[in-house]
Design a protein around this ligand. Structure first.
Ligand code: SAH
Ligand code: SF4
Ligand code: F3S
Length: 446
């Protein structure tokens, strides 16, 4: 086959790290002569970059494998690969289906070209070795975002925490931080290509630490360096860990206007007993103290979170503690999940998954309902306030309106006006809202 005619199709599931990893994969495969397609029927290589964090994430992929297999039958010679966290977790179980030619874990993407070349009908290929040092620092991701404004930059890989419910340390391996110089170079590069926002990604960005030749860079210092690329470049990051977010990081944020005022600070539960069992290494009081500290330094800081309902042995009292913490903090938004037991995790090995499904679902609904009300209140509280918004493009609902995010990460819509195009900063005043969008009018700058 002629190399230049080969096409690769990737579906990406799971977190933003996977989005960035797919861009790394596109880049590696482009060097091998593959061009990207969004049409599965013309693909020579069909990949799913997968997630294992909850059982339903994996169930979805089993469904996709059937669809890929159909596409493979219709396009003889097309290959099907499963990469990412589910590849790492299930390894050759995926090959046993006979519907998959390739299984590659998150630390083995450099080997994709040789693995793809080695595939034969009776010899699928697999590499699920985890690495202590792979960060793909030297690979320039082939950005797949459409607006060309907002780029994800992975600053670290893996996770050294052992939250008892979580599969990520098993699928992503040990934590390692990427060379800060390569991170700053990447930020400069995307800025020079017109990007106006970078999001620094890691499972626990607060534990970022790079040490080499007398140089030691922590997350606060990294933030400073990336923010100094240009005052016109917005810097965001995720995810922060309540046990590790430092006063220094809060201070750097407060001092630096182009570091966005938004922290995603997953709490998981409002019950100290549950937090202990989850091995989060903080308790309710510690979490609330961190929130106080953030709000003292930045009263306008957006706060979002993740919550798990129905973890092992969770009582009604524990659940009420979660609801009361959510009220006390007043998150702008939350990702809310029912606990899903993941094989091999500490919780799966040590604690019975003993909260009945209907109780988990009821608690989750209560959490969601409470959060919807809180979100509406939080958005309503913005009415009358002014925000600087990075214009992303036309609003989906009404193309004569524009949309973009405020520094606190709230989505804003406002009427289009002369001089406002994607990548420009617009000042708006909020006039109305829903529970997920601020509606505003543009303020004319004098
Ligand atoms: N590193 C981040 C989160 C990574 S996973 C952190 O430490 O917060 C994203 C979210 O998925 C978690 O915050 C948690 O709320 C949820 N999650 C992880 N494992 C889960 C499980 N077994 N069941 C339900 N939700 C889970
Ligand atoms: Fe999972 Fe905890 Fe690591 Fe987050 S910090 S990825 S929840 S083990
Ligand atoms: Fe899922 Fe892996 Fe991300 S398990 S949440 S894709 S790190």
């Amino acid at each position: 086959m002629e190399t230049s005619s080969k096409k690769i199709y990737i579906e990406t599931y799971g977190c933003q790290m996977n989005v960035n990893d797919s861009e790394v994969i596109f880049s590696i495969m482009a060097d091998e002569g593959f061009s990207r397609t969004e049409d599965i029927s013309e693909a020579d290589l069909i990949l799913a970059n997968t997630c294992s964090v909850r059982d339903n994430a994996e169930q979805r992929i089993w469904g996709r494998i059937e669809v890929f297999n159909q596409a493979r039958k219709q396009h003889p010679g097309a290959l099907v690969g499963i990469v990412g966290c589910m590849a790492e977790r299930l390894k050759d179980k995926l090959l046993d289906t006979g519907k998959v030619d390739l299984v590659v874990g998150p630390d083995a993407y450099r080997r994709l070209p040789e693995l793809v070349r080695a595939i034969r009908p009776d010899s699928p290929q697999i590499d699920v070795l985890l690495s202590r040092d792979e960060t793909y620092a030297d690979i320039k991701p082939l950005r797949t975002d459409r607006n060309g404004l907002s780029a994800f930059i992975s600053i670290m890989r893996g996770c050294d925490n052992v939250c008892s419910y979580c599969v990520v340390p098993y699928t992503r391996g040990a934590e390692r931080s990427r060379d800060p110089h390569s991170i700053v170079r990447e930020a400069c590069d995307v800025f020079s290509r017109g990007y106006r926002e970078v999001t620094l990604l890691g499972q626990n960005v607060d534990s970022y630490l790079w040490k080499a030749e007398g140089e030691s860079v922590n997350f606060a210092e990294l933030l400073r360096r990336v923010a100094s690329v240009s005052p016109q470049l917005r810097v965001r990051f995720a995810t922060s860990h309540p046990k590790d977010i430092s006063d220094e990081v809060i201070k750097v944020m407060a001092e630096t206007p182009n570091i966005c005022r938004h922290i995603h600070l997953p709490v998981q539960s409002g019950s100290s007993r549950m937090l202990e069992k989850m091995r989060r290494k903080y308790d309710r009081e510690w979490y609330l103290e961190r929130v106080r500290r953030i709000r003292e330094a930045m009263p306008d800081c957006g706060l979002t979170t993740d919550v798990i309902a129905g973890f092992c042995s969770e009582t009604e009292e524990d659940h009420l503690q979660t609801l009361s913490l959510m009220k006390e903090v007043g998150f702008d938004w939350a990702f809310m999940f029912a606990y899903s037991e993941r094989p091999g995790t500490l919780a799966a090995r040590q604690y019975p998954d003993d909260v009945p499904q209907e109780v988990k679902s009821r608690r989750l609904s209560e959490i969601i309902e409470l959060q919807n009300g809180i979100s509406l209140e939080r958005y309503r509280a913005q009415i009358g306030k002014r925000h600087t918004v990075l214009v992303e493009g036309p609003s989906k609902r009404d193309p004569s309106w524009l949309c973009g995010r405020a520094s606190n990460n709230m989505m804003c819509v406002f009427p289009a006006a002369e001089g406002l195009s994607p990548g420009v900063y617009a000042d708006i005043e909020v006039t109305d809202c829903t529970s997920a969008t601020l509606i505003g009018k543009t303020l004319l700058s004098l």
